[in-house]
Design a protein around this ligand. Structure first.
Ligand code: HAM
Length: 425
């Protein structure tokens, strides 16, 4: 029989790596809490129409990357390719938007049928943030300051830069679209196939084509600047001033249009050149029209999502992941004969109660004493704690350092707790 393997592009995170994942998640979530953001937990499966309407019919995601299928009731459902549309859907459905402001975050897997490579997967993890009800540039600035703080906390700040652009209002973008179309039409035959197909439907997307000849053509295309409306210009300038006062220096990139159709005004990407082609670790922008487009009242929105897979790759490339994460057990408790097992469980319970930060692993599975001690060593624990018949009758246990030459000590539980507490600081 052939063995069943994981699906291409859907990696497992093995136990040796999960502590590093947790470190990224915890670090980012700590910053979110310190900025007063609240978690929203959303389903992984939504109606297909949500993404078609929300993300955009002409986006790559909706055109060719969604995991869509008919469920057993015959309804078309889709594994979420991103979190914004679902977050808007949930907020609208539960009345969280009208006359209120929200600062929310979510985390979890997203699904896109892309060509897998390092840093690009078909199931990947995002931590996303969405804010609702804030029309001005203050919240745009807050989000960018908050992300900068996250990069500092993860130790990757010096390796990422902020690319920033404004797409203006939908009306201004429409004017730009016309100008672009007028410029691009004469080159239609020279464009790559994808871009030619996009020409009439979504010409803005041609701007981020990776095809050499298309890039050359696009290099002289009209930029949005000339079409931008005054209100959006003021918004953008307000944002730039706030960023400057916070010491954040963005790279202004007029070609930054983003692959999802819902954006207006501010769009941004945090990129690095340490990860090859998959260098965008976090991206987002303002989507003032999306709530309305999904059936709600006009409500300004802005957010971003970071790729946790990529951030971890980056932190690893920079050696920013704390080394201490590798150690997952502090004390490995070995009962030296089976008669001592109950006493061992009781001692483990007492230690865990007295020292909630201490990680105590019990030996299980029997074996000779020598094999038990070998397991203690293999656990990575700093100490083995030995409990035999003698210790049980004396009411003590023997603490044996595994990573230093220090002497082992036979201690009462109270002395043991003091000793381990001192070590844990
Ligand atoms: P996105 O640019 O499609 O935006 O994805 C955000 C981030 O998710 C990317 O910058 C990247 O780090 C990560 N990512 C995307 N695709 C993959 C993949 N196949 N493998 C690994 N990582 C990936 C959004 O999803 C928007 N919902 C962001 C947003 C929130 N805009 C406003 N609010």
């Amino acid at each position: 029989m052939t063995k069943i393997q994981s699906i291409r592009g859907m990696p497992d995170v093995l136990p040796g790596d999960s502590a590093r994942w947790q470190w990224v998640e915890r670090t980012v979530q700590d910053v979110l809490a310190r900025f007063g953001y609240r978690q929203i937990r959303l389903p992984v499966l939504e109606e297909t129409a949500l993404f078609a309407r929300g993300v955009g019919e002409t986006s790559d995601i909706v055109e060719k990357e969604m995991y869509s299928f008919l469920d057993r009731g015959g309804d078309s459902v889709t594994l979420r390719p991103e979190g914004t549309a679902g977050c808007v859907r949930a907020c609208e459905q539960h009345g969280l938007l009208y006359n209120q402001t929200q600062r929310l975050w979510y985390a979890g897997p997203m699904f896109r049928y892309e060509r897998p490579q390092r840093g690009r997967y078909r199931q990947f993890e995002q931590i996303g943030v969405e804010c609702f009800g804030f029309p001005g540039p203050d919240v745009d600035a807050e989000l960018l300051m908050m992300t900068a703080e996250m990069w500092r906390a993860l130790g990757v700040r010096d390796a990422v830069r902020l690319e920033l652009n404004s797409l203006g209002t939908p009306a201004a973008r429409q004017a730009w679209r016309e100008a672009l179309l007028a410029y691009l039409r004469p080159f239609a035959a020279d464009l790559d196939e994808d871009s030619r197909r996009r020409l009439e439907r979504n010409p803005l997307r041609i701007l981020d084509s990776k095809v050499e000849r298309t890039r050359e053509i696009v290099a002289d295309a009209p930029t949005f600047d000339a079409s931008m409306d005054d209100e959006s210009r003021r918004h953008f300038e307000g944002l730039l001033a706030l960023l400057q006062s916070a010491g954040i220096e963005p790279v202004l990139n007029p070609r930054l249009v983003r692959g999802l159709d819902y954006y207006s005004r501010t769009v941004f990407e945090w990129t690095t050149d340490r990860l090859g082609a998959q260098g965008t670790v976090c991206a987002g922008g303002r989507y003032d029209g999306l709530v309305e487009q999904l059936g709600g009242r006009p409500t300004p929105g802005i957010g971003f999502a970071m790729g946790v897979d990529r951030l971890l790759l980056l932190a690893e490339a920079l050696d920013a992941v704390p080394a201490a994460l590798a150690q997952e057990v502090d004390v490995y408790l070995v009962h030296l004969d089976e008669d001592a097992l109950e006493a061992a469980f009781a001692l483990a319970r007492r230690l865990r109660e007295a020292l909630p930060d201490l990680r105590v692993q019990m030996h299980a599975g029997g074996g000779k004493v020598k094999a038990r001690l070998k397991r203690a060593d293999a656990s990575g624990a700093e100490y083995a704690l030995l409990l035999g018949a003698d210790e049980v009758s004396a009411g003590t246990a023997t603490l044996k350092p595994l990573r230093s030459d220090a002497q082992q000590q036979t201690l009462t539980p109270a002395a043991l707790i003091d000793q381990l507490r001192a070590r844990n600081g």
